[in-house]
Design a protein around this ligand. Structure first.
Ligand SMILES: Cc1ncc(COP(=O)(O)O)c(C=O)c1O
Length: 300
């Protein structure tokens, strides 16, 4: 909203980005900005040729909207936590500068990206005009998100926030929890990445055709499982979550599609929990392999 104040503004964002996928089209519905989808590559990058071709080069010809903004996502949720390299961020900055565009980074998981790149968050956001960051995901605060940018951007963002009903009074209690999340962010995120890798490697070692994954693309705190019939993504999620009492653990996973399940590690999941989750997965897969309906539950 802040970068695209004029009516007839246009934003370029990935077709698999959170901003276009999960926000009810709020870019158009609330901000009154026209969104154009750019192809998202498997590693979360936007295809640069597609990006550049979608800029409205003929503006201010009366037929065209004015491209104002490019949105990136790092790490990328729907691509399984893939992390955009700094060299790529720089390439997008070059494109943006060539056409006088702003860049907003959806850095909901900025600390995960930083850990994966071995960089400070500031090194990532220096290629952007603004950034948003969630405190309540991997970092484990009960609530909260931050937005960053230059002073004049933040002043406008405060106005937009108030307009959208997001202004809060006595928010210090929540901010205190957010500060704790930030203080421990680096260590927690590192552990999450290690646990996700452990899990992905173990799934690969199972060599079960019903459920596979590629540990080499686990950049951060997510693992995407590829599911094959007769199992489906939703069924796997239901089974992983079911029988928590008997099996010692209820694993909450998300089916992105009938073929893809996402698992995410966060501050409250230890290595021990990860191994329990793995046992639960084995238990579910065994059930499908043997066609058994009531297998022995694993010991928690
Ligand atoms: C990549 C990404 N961006 C943005 C959001 C939204 O974050 P918030 O609910 O803090 O606005 C989420 C989470 O839902 C997300 O995964």
């Amino acid at each position: 909203m802040v970068h695209c104040r004029d009516r007839g503004s246009e934003v370029l964002a990935g077709d698999e980005s959170h901003i276009l996928f999960y926000e009810q089209g709020s870019v158009a519905q609330v901000a009154g900005v026209f969104p154009r989808a750019v192809q998202t590559l498997k590693d979360g990058r936007l295809d640069l040729k597609d990006l550049e071709s979608k800029i409205q080069h003929s503006y201010p010809d009366v037929h065209f909207a004015q491209t104002c903004l490019i949105c990136l996502e790092n790490s990328h949720n729907r691509m399984g936590g893939r992390v955009l390299p700094l060299s790529y961020m720089k390439e997008v900055r070059n494109v943006a500068d060539r056409y006088g565009l702003k860049i907003h980074l959806d850095g909901a998981r900025l600390f995960n990206a930083a850990e994966a790149l071995g960089a400070e968050p500031a090194e990532i956001v220096r290629f952007c005009d603004s950034v948003s960051l969630c405190l309540s995901k991997g970092l484990g605060a009960p609530v909260g998100a931050l937005i960053g940018g230059k002073a004049e951007f933040i002043a406008e963002a405060r106005r937009a926030r108030k307009l959208l009903g997001g202004g809060m009074r006595q928010a210090g209690v929540l901010a205190a929890a957010g500060l704790v999340a930030l203080k421990h962010a680096k260590d927690n995120v590192k552990l999450d990445h290690q646990n996700a890798k452990i899990f992905a490697k173990a799934v690969q070692e199972l060599a079960c055709p019903l459920c596979t994954t590629d540990p080499s693309v686990v950049d951060s705190n997510m693992v995407l499982l590829t599911i094959t019939e007769p199992l489906s993504g939703q069924e796997l999620c239901d089974q992983l979550c079911a029988d928590g009492q008997r099996s010692g653990v209820a694993v909450k996973a998300l089916a992105f599609s009938p073929w893809t399940v996402r698992l995410v590690w966060h501050r409250d999941i230890s290595t021990e929990d990860t191994l329990k989750a793995l046992e639960k997965l084995k238990w579910v897969l065994q059930k499908y392999k043997t066609g058994a309906t009531q297998p022995e539950a694993p010991r928690g």
